[in-house]
Design a protein around this ligand. Sequence first.
Ligand code: MRU
Length: 379
Amino acid sequence: MNNKNILDYETVELLPEENAVQIIDQTLLPGKTELIKLRTAKEIWDAIYLLKVRGAPAIGVAAALGIYILVNGIAFDGKDGQTKADTPENYPANYDYLCARFKEMKDYLASSRPTAVNLFWALNRMEAALLKWKDREGTVISDVKDALCKEAQAIREEDIAVCRSIGEYGLTLVKPGDGILTHCNAGQLATIKYGTATAPIYLGHERGYNFHVYCDETRPLLQGARLTAYELASAGIDVTLECDNMVASIMKEGRIQAVFVGCDRVASNGDAANKIGTSVVAMVAARYHVPFYVCAPTSTIDMSLASGSEIPIEQRNPDEVTQMWYEKRMAPENIKVYNPAFDVTDAELITGIITEYGIARAPYAESLKEIFAKKAEAK
Ligand code: MRU
């Protein structure tokens, strides 16, 4: 029997010998832990769209590793009539061919989910790594492939340090014994390690803080119940699950001292898109004077957008609301369903945005710029 804890599995990893990306199929949790191997563009696209791999940072990592294995799978041996043998003389023609294929695959993977900017951020970073190899005489395609492998692995490795840093900053905002509420899953399953919103919780747990964590179930896809409650309980953390509509009661009863949530895209004015229902939590938190913190790696901050109204919001399949998690359908046939996957929390409701470079506070138009200046300095 396998007694491995869910936190001992890698959310997303490269299997170099098999040229595959391995993920935990999160649609089966908590009942079943199944690792699946993604090898084709369609498999990677489906895994992201169907939420087998989900959460903004994990989506970015899956896309980076994914596009690497797709590029790596192209044989440069002249046998397909498109490529030539991988020699320095053939490099310019092979490189052009590689760039064209990369662009096709990038556009395809980028169409899987629209809201989490990490998907586009990771694919753009991979493209920048590829473009560095233009006009490099005397080289071969296998060098380019190696460089793309390194970049994808760097995106994955950096996520661990980023989340840990968010955890350290977040931990300065709470004290031992606090009640903490979180929404959806911005946990280890949404990242490579620690999570974003859960990072202060995991670090506090290691240091004996004895938090009481309240976890919103998160209709309609139940990421809070199926994933956050599961991973936090597996870590031995005191966690209580409640339905989304119980948040006001819990806060009114004084059980919550801080809210930590993740996010999918933050605009330059501090408006933050996260799982549907997050903005309601923020409004209730404001009503009961509970600080509301958004945990955001800088890879989730989109400084090109002036406000949250420019963030594209994904609309998903009505079945997720009417029947997906029920034994039988729980809504009338043909009922109209509204199923946006995310909502935008207005910056004015956010007490602070916790990044790996520190905590930004209002006015966010200035403080987020300072965060990026710190990032540029650190490079
Ligand atoms: O639809 P999902 O499950 O991908 O939505 C996930 C969230 O909304 C998370 O809070 C967000 O991606 C941050 S994950 C660190």
